[in-house]
Structure formats: structure tokens, C-alpha cells
Design a protein around this ligand. Structure first.
Ligand code: 6PG
Length: 248
């Protein structure tokens, strides 16, 4: 498959509309699965508005919190209470206000190193899934949220790093980051992230226009190699959209 070839790009007016569109898609995926639901969150600044929205009365009351489990696609290897910790941000913004503690699945950062943390999280995911091999007919996640960095990375899968080529492991340690913050990372691999019913990228603001231009041109970047075995959707606001795509 050509990089990024199977995705749908949905354009919305601004960051508010983007958060609402993402929240509505998550609700639809939860409604479509009457059983245990698993959602893989992302870090960075892009999803903050969505997380705040999920904690508002309008959304909070429509989520069956008892049967929804929350994972994280990548983590900065810093203590859980460090402001840089991705799951810490999600917890403060909505999870600790709404979700049962047993349904929150952080990547452990109290391990000896990122590789050990990756092994522990891989085991946790496999135990949740009930198998050590992913079955394309039974996705690991209902929704996987993603963002894109200035170098085209997604999760902590950086361009030119070996982690992007990993096909067996579900989670892997990344000793050095390619962009700020320069702390070691732990990341789910393309195989684990792609095992989902829907992969949902959120891209907003003029700072994202340069990298989005490269992504939409089909460049071989980690964000273009990440796709779902189900639907892959890029939610993009007008400010992030390259000139050449406006009015299309
Ligand atoms: C991280 C992220 C990373 C992020 C992108 C976009 O740990 O930094 O998970 O992959 O999604 O870098 O980040 P922004 O939303 O802050 O631009």
C-alpha cells in the first residue's frame, strides 16, 4: 500500500470543531460495540481540547465508563506525575474525573529502563487482548488516537529509527527522541497501533501546515505508514490545510 494511501481526510473549520468531531467519532465507536471497549490515547498538545470535551456534561454522561478501557500509544519515560507524562496529562484532563481507576492503563515509567517498561506494557496489552498474536479479525483497539510531529513522527515512531520497522513486538523502548522533549520514550509499534477499528489523527493549527503538506504528498514518513486494519481518518482543521488542498 502506498504511504497514507487508504486514509480519509476530513476537514473541519477550527480546533473546536475538530475536538467535537473527534469526540463524536469516539462516541459512535463506543455505541457500535456493546461489549468491552478499548481506546488508545495519544500525548502531545493536539488532543487536550478533545480530552477536556469528554469530561464535560454533554459527553461525560453519554460514555459507559465502566466498560471503556483507556490505553496510551506512547509515553515519555518520566515519572507518572511529571508534567511531560502523556498519560498523566490525560488523567488530569479527564480520566481521573470520569473513569474507574482499573480501566486506566498507563505505560509504567517506574521500570529500570524503557525496554523493560515496553515488555511490561506488551504483557498487559496481551493479557487484556487474551492472546500473544494479533488477529486481523479481532482488533486490539476500537479507536487509536494519533498526532503528527514536525518531523513526521507519530506516537514515538521517529523517521529513520529502527522501531518503525519492528513487526513482531507490540511495544518497544526508544532510548533517544528525535524531537523535543528529548527524553527516552516507550511506544506501541505500527502493528499494535494498526490493530484497531479506527485510527484517528488530529491535526490543527498553522504550525502543522508544513508537515501536513509532506504527509498529503505521500512522503515516506512514520505518520504515513501508520494505518488501521479498519478505517484511517485524518481530521484536519483549515489552518493546518496546505494551500493546494483548500477548496477541494
Ligand atoms: C508525544 C506524542 C507525539 C505527538 C506528536 C504531536 O509523546 O509527543 O504522542 O507523537 O502526538 O508529537 O504532538 P503535538 O500534538 O504536541 O503537536
Amino acid at each position: 500500500m502506498a504511504p497514507g494511501g487508504d486514509r480519509e481526510v476530513i476537514t473541519v473549520s477550527d480546533a473546536n470543531a475538530l475536538a467535537k468531531a473527534a469526540a463524536d467519532r469516539i462516541l459512535a465507536r463506543i455505541a457500535a460495540n456493546g461489549d468491552r471497549v478499548s481506546i488508545c490515547l495519544t500525548g502531545g498538545s493536539s488532543p487536550k481540547q478533545l480530552y477536556r470535551l469528554l469530561a464535560t456534561d454533554a459527553y461525560r454522561g453519554r460514555i459507559p465508563w465502566d466498560r471503556v478501557h483507556w490505553f496510551i500509544g506512547d509515553e515519555r519515560f518520566v515519572p507518572a506525575n511529571d508534567p511531560l507524562n502523556n498519560m498523566g496529562m490525560a488523567r488530569r484532563t479527564f480520566l481521573d474525573l470520569c473513569a474507574p481507576a482499573a480501566n486506566i492503563h498507563p505505560i509504567p515509567t517506574d521500570s529500570a529502563d524503557p525496554s523493560e517498561a515496553a515488555l511490561r506494557y506488551e504483557r498487559e496489552l496481551q493479557s487484556f487482548y487474551g492472546a500473544e498474536v494479533l488477529n486481523p479479525g479481532r482488533p486490539l483497539f476500537d479507536v487509536v488516537l494519533m498526532g503528527v510531529g514536525p518531523d513526521g513522527h507519530t506516537a514515538s515512531l521517529f523517521p529513520g529509527y529502527p522501531a518503525i520497522e519492528e513487526t513482531e513486538r507490540w511495544v518497544i523502548g526508544v532510548p533517544k527522541a528525535h524531537v523535543e522533549p528529548f527524553v527516552p520514550r516507550v511506544t506501541l509499534t505500527l502493528a499494535a497501533l494498526g490493530s484497531c477499528r479506527e485510527m484517528l489523527f488530529e491535526v490543527a493549527g498553522p504550525d502543522k501546515r508544513a508537515i501536513l503538506t509532506r504527509v498529503l504528498a505521500g512522503e515516506n514518513l512514520p505518520a504515513n505508514r501508520a494505518h488501521s486494519i479498519g478505517e484511517t481518518v485524518w481530521l484536519v482543521d483549515k489552518a493546518a490545510l496546505p494551500e493546494s488542498f483548500r477548496g477541494q
